[in-house]
Design a protein around this ligand. Structure first.
Ligand code: FE2
Ligand code: FE2
Length: 292
């Protein structure tokens, strides 16, 4: 089973995204000028949080490669699939540009704030993680989109909560800017999920649930010392709960019920399995691997 949206419907979602994105550019090189940064205002924990999220963002080549390999334009007998993937490509490349800008902006901030001593040393540290293979790990497109829905919401919220605690004005502004981009990414994926519900109805509920039940942030299984670092970075963003994105996904499904009355029972059943799993069964592990 491979469930894809009609290219005509996907085009509207991608165009709406790019219409906003084309007006939302910002200059990574102007964002973190050394002369504007006051490193004395940063705590050690905040510096480590910046290092951690730089790794997450810097894996963009892996995320984009994964997407492009799942949605190639060539090699299809079914022209409809190629049309779908060509429309999606408009989104993938733009999204890739934005995530890559996040990675580079955070790297430039590390250099301006003296967190990293020099660009070559920083690149070597980043590349050690970047060369490890990455896969989102689900086969159905709607699952890939659900996973990214959760990831985008997780990063948006983390940046928002971290920004609240940061006194250093350049980092605060940078985090707020990143959060705005992540929010736009999240909206795109939430609209894609809505389109899947409209098109495929009950066929996709179990697929979405499967992603929610197994959700972890990218790199949790490859990044050096992930667990200790994740706990530490969670402390830097009080109020953030790594379970919130799944709760938001559950809310999103629940809000779809009035327009999908026939799906009320399967949606409520899926939510009941998603929420007890994250709110009770894992409570004892709370804080184990932190915010992301
Ligand atoms: Fe990002
Ligand atoms: Fe994003």
């Amino acid at each position: 089973m491979t469930l894809i949206l009609d290219p005509h419907n996907l085009r509207k979602l991608v165009s709406d995204y790019n219409r906003l994105a084309d007006d939302a550019d910002w200059n990574r090189f102007q964002m973190s000028l050394r002369s504007d940064v006051d490193p004395a205002l940063l705590t050690e924990g905040q510096k480590q949080a910046v290092v951690f999220v730089t790794h997450i963002e810097n894996h963009t080549p892996g995320y984009i490669k994964d997407y492009l390999s799942r949605f190639p334009v060539d090699g299809y007998r079914e022209v409809r699939n190629a049309m779908h993937n060509r429309e999606l490509f408009h989104f993938i490349v733009r999204w890739g540009v934005e995530e890559d800008r996040h990675a580079e902006a955070l790297s430039l901030y590390q250099l301006s704030a003296g967190i990293a001593p020099d660009a070559d040393i920083l690149l070597r540290e980043l590349i050690e993680e970047c060369i490890k293979p990455f896969s989102i790990g689900f086969s159905e497109p709607v699952q890939v989109f659900t996973y990214t829905f959760l990831q985008e919401k997780a990063t948006q919220l983390y940046y928002q909560y971290l920004a609240r605690m940061v006194q250093e004005p350049v980092l605060k502004k940078l985090l707020q800017t990143l959060a705005k981009d992540e929010s736009r990414h999240f909206v795109f994926f939430s609209r894609v999920l809505d389109a899947y519900l409209d098109t495929f109805g009950g066929k996709i509920i179990a697929l979405i649930e499967e992603v929610a039940l197994s959700y972890r942030m990218p790199l949790y299984n490859t990044l050096k010392d992930y667990r200790r670092r994740a706990i530490r970075m969670a402390r830097e963003a009080p109020g953030y709960d790594r379970k919130t994105p799944v709760r938001i996904l559950a809310d999103h499904l629940e809000k779809a019920i009035p327009t999908h009355r026939d799906l009320e029972i399967p949606i409520r059943q899926a939510i009941s399995r998603m929420l007890p799993d994250i709110f009770s069964g894992e409570e004892t592990r709370k804080g184990e691997y932190g915010a992301l």
